[in-house]
Design a protein around this ligand. Structure first.
Ligand code: SAH
Ligand code: SF4
Ligand code: F3S
Length: 466
């Protein structure tokens, strides 16, 4: 079979990253191999996101840039998938007349057949059908891993929460969970291929398996924890309204579960939370967090915040700032509220003008930066365990030529950079856990010195250099 080349542009959340990996695996039997060069591609897949207007614009601006390429190479197949495709359906062809395929978020498994039809008949194909059942799939063994240390694993699709600002329930459909044995099998195959850390993905992992009567999320975590060769487990996202005592307890019980939780609060004002349909109050949120910190005192906590939600007053915003001071987050993702036509809040009155939104965002980010830096500085002198997941080369003033800079993450998900210590025979530390003494702290990363003289495969079994 002639080798053809596939270029994938992934925009959006980790779920799209996972779907793009699926797409690459699914297209392999048709003779497609991944390429980094859009010019070399025979098939370009654009996996889109519509969470905010900017994300949607990004997709259309990339697609716009493909027009020229398609003119020069008419055989090029352009497939638009993901959440914008689901939202717009055939309308995509009006804005991108040179596209060949529009496939929705539930049509990933059907993409190979769609591409085959375009190859043989040069017609346009659309599939944005949604189904209640999960579109089951496992990454083929040889494909899993991809040489990476850390991978995402989608455990459920869709969302039933209908927060008033959010487009996800409309473009990803109803909540549905994958079977635990399929998830465990997939992670085993990832581990066989060198993966050491997995992040389990769902819009609300707390409700994993409930609809289908499968095991609970905490039970799934236990099963994943028992997989030999896997060092670390993370998950995202946990909805604060139903963070159960059972799940809270797992942080004290499962040794592979990282001491980090991403617990998006969105706002510190009860009035705004109600209008967002988040179904919890600030007091409930703080109570759940207290319990987590009782079980796991060193847990790193991060969150998402929306500023300038319709009707958010200056006072509501002050309550958000106050919540940040109360919680002392390790890090925050903050967004300006963006109208999504499918979501009900787009019809709410009292929109906050953009300059005011900008102002609030800057205030919030400046406050958080001080906390992030303070939290990072508190790690100076400590020796956290770091899972090494990257290597880059950089030139260093004062050192001859290039140095190899290694990168890893702490249990609390903080990035640590370090260089090879002098006098230690160089080894490949990728995928190993080592102790690194933290020497410097910045806002986005830490810098340290390895204090392990040999990479260890086991949790807590390192030996130390003098
Ligand atoms: N399921 C996750 C969130 C997924 S979307 C949860 O409930 O926490 C990721 C983040 O995008 C959200 O947490 C929210 O902060 C942000 N977001 C979603 N819709 C948005 C909108 N219309 N405008 C601005 N930010 C939005
Ligand atoms: Fe969107 Fe809310 Fe569902 Fe998260 S829980 S995906 S914010 S509707
Ligand atoms: Fe974006 Fe869809 Fe994810 S809208 S955030 S790619 S679920």
């Amino acid at each position: 079979m002639k080798t053809k080349y596939l270029y994938i542009n992934t925009i959006g959340c980790q779920m799209n990253v996972y779907d793009s990996e699926r797409i690459a695996a699914l297209m392999t039997p048709l003779g497609y191999r991944l390429t980094d060069s859009v010019r070399a591609a025979d098939l370009v897949v654009v996996n889109t996101c519509t969470i905010r207007e900017k994300a949607e614009q990004k997709a259309f601006s990339f697609l716009g840039r493909l027009a020229d390429l398609k003119r020069k190479k008419p055989s090029l197949i352009i497939a638009v998938g993901g959440c914008v495709a689901q939202q717009e359906g055939r309308q995509i062809f009006k804005r991108v007349p040179f596209a060949d395929v529009v496939f929705g978020t539930h049509a990933v498994g059907r993409l190979p057949r769609m591409v085959e039809r375009v190859e043989s008949r040069r017609c346009r194909v659309t599939d944005v059908e949604m189904t209640a059942e999960i579109d089951e799939f496992e990454l083929p063994d040889g494909f899993a891993g991809n040489g990476e240390v850390s991978r995402f694993v989608t455990i459920m699709q869709g969302c039933d929460n209908f927060c008033t600002y959010c487009v996800v329930p409309y473009v990803r459909g109803r909540e549905a969970s994958r079977r635990p044995e399929r998830i465990v099998a997939e992670i085993r195959s990832l581990v066989r291929n060198g993966v050491r850390e997995v992040t389990l993905l769902g819009q609300n992992v707390n409700s994993y398996g409930k609809k289908e009567g499968l095991c609970s999320f905490a039970e799934l975590l236990e099963q994943v924890n028992a997989i030999d060769g896997l060092y670390r487990i993370r998950f995202t996202t946990s909805h604060p309204k139903d963070l159960s005592p059972e799940l809270t307890r797992t942080f004290g019980e499962l040794e592979k579960l990282c001491h980090h939780i991403h617990l998006p609060v969105q706002s510190g004002s009860d009035r705004v939370l109600k209008r967002m349909n988040r179904k919890y109050t600030r007091a409930h949120y703080l109570d759940r967090l207290d319990r987590l910190r009782q079980v796991c005192p060193d847990i790193a906590v991060t969150s998402d915040m929306i500023v300038g939600f319709p009707g958010e007053s200056r006072r509501d915003f002050e309550e958000t700032l106050d919540l940040i001071r109360t919680v002392e987050y390790d890090g925050l993702f903050a967004f300006k509220y963006s109208d999504r036509p499918l979501a009900p809040a787009s019809k709410f009155s009292d929109k906050v003008p953009e300059p005011e939104q900008n102002d609030r965002l800057q205030t919030l980010l400046a406050l958080q930066e001080a906390y992030t830096l303070r939290k990072n500085r508190a790690l100076i002198g400590t020796r956290p365990r770091v899972l090494v997941d990257g290597l880059s080369r950089r030139s260093d003033a004062g050192m001859a030529g290039e140095v190899r800079q290694w990168r890893g993450r702490t249990d609390g998900n903080k990035i640590v950079n370090f260089v090879w210590p002098e006098g230690v025979p160089e080894q490949d530390w990728m995928g190993h856990q080592i102790r690194v003494e933290i020497e410097e702290a910045f806002t986005h990363s830490l810098r340290g010195r390895p204090v392990t003289d040999k990479p260890s495969s086991l949790k807590g079994e390192e030996s130390y250099a003098a």
